[in-house]
Write a new protein. Sequence first.
Length: 429
Amino acid sequence: MPIQILMPALSPTMTDGTLSKWMVKEGDEVSSGDIIAEIETDKATMELEAVDEGKIGKILIQEGTEGVEVNKPIGILLEEGEEDSDIKASDSVTPAALKSDSVEKPAAAPVAAAAPAKQSAPAPAVPSNSGDRVFASPLAKRIAANAGLDLSAIQGSGPNGRIVKTDVEKAMSGGVSKRADGQAQGVAAVSSAASDVPDFGQSYSEDKNSNVRKVIARRLLEAKQNIPHFYLTVECNIDELLALRKKLNSRGGADYKISVNDFVIKASAIAMRKVPMVNATWTDEAIRLYDNVDVAVAVATDGGLITPIIRNADQKGLSVLSNEMKELAGRARENKLKPEEYQGGGFSISNLGMFGIKEFSAIINPPQSAILAVGAGEQRPIVKDGALAVATVMSCTMSCDHRVVDGAVGAEFLAAFKPLIEDPLSLLL
């Protein structure tokens, strides 16, 4: 029987995605495990594998299409002996009507759902938006809720008057009644206002926002609006660190290249083990303390910032940690990270020292409670043993969520971090 290829949920937060590219065309034969498409999620571009073998009978969603909802059919796979004429029955089945086991598979694995072999009965008509009940897609409801829009004032263009994503977006740009409480929450409301930037007669070009960039904007705005940030800065003498790094990297036959950031990751992980309150998340019911020390490290990519995670960083040697970080960063820039490689973590590090930035404050990466911003090491005058001297000093600023990490806890963490950086041999023990 014809099989519907569905838009997979490739992460727990994914509600829709962009069908970036089809790796096959109609008529192509595919086997289980073959890569058939590339899907852009809110964090990365991931490959979609076929879970059944057969022939691509029809492509329903063209490549480059944005906002394709999870579990929406994107193509039809014909099994052995089936013809193109069998597609009509399959194409008429909506995701809501599918009851096959494939739909129940874990979201992390791209799935295809089987359609009935014969023509199914027409789906019941969706009533128009009247009375107290409003019919809208889940994505449309979420966008409207964030923007504070009254769905009952929006005319739906979907089947039988159902409100879909494009209807809400048009309402946001054209103006529509707000909810009775007058609230316009989240990025959607801000984006609506930002889209009304007046034309001052200046020439410009536009670089369309990717899904990754949109998610970064939403999460960082939410972080600054909802997390009570405060900042603590410590200055570290890294002369001994630089000397040890040079010695380690000059060893013959070494299969690693240690960076200053590798020392920072290791020192942060050990300090997190000593001060576990920074390895935590705020919830309304309780503060969640994590058992493992997982450190997220900010990596700049063409599409925006992403934070691959070093798991159990406190238990790994510098060389292992360094090679793992380089491998993760490389795949991050290629948009090839798996969800489990960038989701989670109890603490983040953002290092702009390689760009010559002396000092800065980073925005906390929710749901974490702290992030360490690392500046460039530079020659500065210091007082050592009562005399003026010159040392290479690196400024590190910790942004803290005051609901979890108060001033004393943040100071305790930096008091544990600083001697580890200034006495790097302790990181090798």
